[in-house]
Ligand binder design. Structure first.
Ligand code: TRP
Length: 447
């Protein structure tokens, strides 16, 4: 493989791609956002709709993104332009880049918070969740900036050295630790209530808003709708099996989300906390769980360390998409691009960081029915922009690129896909776009 900068890099192996794509997919989306979103949206019914969205929308769009990336060997703007050199479609490529920046601007705030927790656990004995209130707004900006710098350093290291190496070692470790924390949680008295709440759907909790949240969460968690998987697919060689890789990433990501649910909710109920605590949920529940464990401080330190790294493999993929455009299409140097992109993200993200800790005007402002700048960002980029991007990509694939082309790109290296090609085309042509359009329209108040 050649180093990025001296031509396009390629994954050294199929496993390298899967781990890096899984590294992008698995992150705060699974461990922070999935539990709090499930918590705010009523539990079991949300989880069921989420799983259906992963299968019915996430998997088809995943295969589509990877195949468009590999077919064109380009990143979002270039890929769209390679298929349709003129006209408004390339706007979809630019939207991908802006969305990436928007997501990174609040995602890295949470990631910074995770690092702050790690530092706390590593430094002193933490007995309860009081650490949270010890941060003020500017500290949260500092941790946010620190996280962006870490991301820059990995992305500058280039494709293989930077991304692949980390993902390989640390994902399995995180999983093992989560299993340990789950075992602890489900044996707490009263934990059964939480399991029931998470796993038994209560359909009276279901409405269109819950469906939108579940759909957006599925795209977010799988890193879909803004060309991240497309970009990773562009580094995939023609021999590697798209179907196999894509399914594996979807499976693994979903497994981690479900495990995160199992880690959080039995403890929430056993400890008498509220499932709908919002974005703070894991930052309140986990310290309480760790506080009641022997060696809990060490577990806390290791957990937040590994979670920081899981977040890092995700922020890396966001920054990679933004940068790959400037590098591939504009001919900027990697170093220059990456620092400029991170600097812009920092500026956009400062209000989110200030809003996150509360007690600032950014936290209390109301726009578009959202309270606080942070939740506005989260809503705009995750709930609206990602589903919209996925919707447009399906339309693009159906009417511009052509589903024959798309399917043959997958089939050329995935013999196992033959029987599924027809249903897949049906989903990309009809099911995904109609479903997404109806849910988005209903949430925007069209009906
Ligand atoms: N999927 C990641 C997570 O669950 C977040 C993420 C990384 C992402 N890259 C993305 C989300 C691209 C959407 C698009 O934490």
């Amino acid at each position: 493989m050649s180093a990025p900068g001296s031509g396009r890099g390629q994954w050294s192996s199929q496993v390298g791609f899967v781990l890096a794509a899984a590294g992008s997919a698995v992150g705060l989306g699974n461990i922070w956002r999935f539990p709090y979103s499930a918590g705010e949206n009523g539990g079991g019914a949300f989880v069921l709709v989420y799983l259906l969205c992963v299968l019915g929308l996430g998997l088809p769009v995943m295969l589509l993104e990877i195949s468009l990336g590999r077919a064109t060997q380009k990143t979002p703007v270039g890929a769209i332009r390679a298929v349709r050199p003129y006209g408004p479609w390339k706007g979809l490529g630019y939207l991908a880049i802006i969305t990436g920046l928007g997501i990174l601007s609040f995602y890295a705030v949470i990631a910074g918070q995770v690092v702050a927790y790690f530092v706390d656990y590593a430094q002193r004995v933490v007995t309860d969740q009081s650490i949270f209130s010890a941060y003020n707004g500017w500290e949260s900006v500092v941790f946010f900036a620190v996280f962006l710098v870490l991301t820059v350093l990995v992305v500058m290291g280039g494709l293989q050295r930077g991304i692949e190496r980390w993902s390989k070692i640390l994902m399995p470790l995180l999983l093992i630790l989560m299993l340990g924390i789950i075992l602890r949680g489900i044996f707490l008295p009263g934990a059964g209530e939480g399991l029931r709440w998470l796993l038994m759907p209560d359909f009276s909790k279901l409405n269109l808003h819950v469906v939108l949240e579940a759909m957006a969460q599925a795209f977010f968690s799988l890193s879909l709708g803004m060309g991240a998987m497309l970009t990773y697919g562009s580094y995939l060689s023609k021999k590697q099996d798209i179907f196999h890789c894509g399914t594996w990433v979807v499976f693994f990501d979903t497994l981690v989300a479900v495990l995160a649910g199992l880690m959080i909710f039995p403890a929430v109920f056993a400890l008498g906390q509220q499932p709908d605590a919002g974005p703070n949920l894991i930052f309140k529940v986990l310290p309480a769980v760790f506080a009641g464990m022997t060696g809990g401080n060490l577990v806390g330190a290791v957990f937040f360390f590994l979670l920081s790294l899981a977040a890092l493999t995700s922020t890396v993929s966001l920054l990679e998409v933004i940068s790959a455009y400037c590098i591939d299409e504009r001919g900027w140097s990697r170093a220059r691009t990456v620092w400029i992109a991170a600097g812009t993200t920092l500026l956009v993200g400062v209000p989110s960081a200030l809003a996150w800790v509360g007690a600032s005007p950014w936290a209390t402002m109301r726009i578009l029915g959202r309270e606080g700048f942070f939740s506005l960002m989260d809503f705009a980029w995750v709930n609206l922009s990602l589903p919209f991007g996925a919707l447009m990509l399906c339309i693009f694939a159906t009417y511009v690129w052509g589903l024959d082309q798309a399917a043959s790109e997958i089939l050329s290296s995935s013999p196992g896909f033959r029987l599924l090609a027809a249903p897949w085309r049906f989903f990309v042509r009809w099911v995904c776009p109609i479903f997404i359009a109806v849910i988005l329209a209903s949430q925007l108040g069209v009906f």
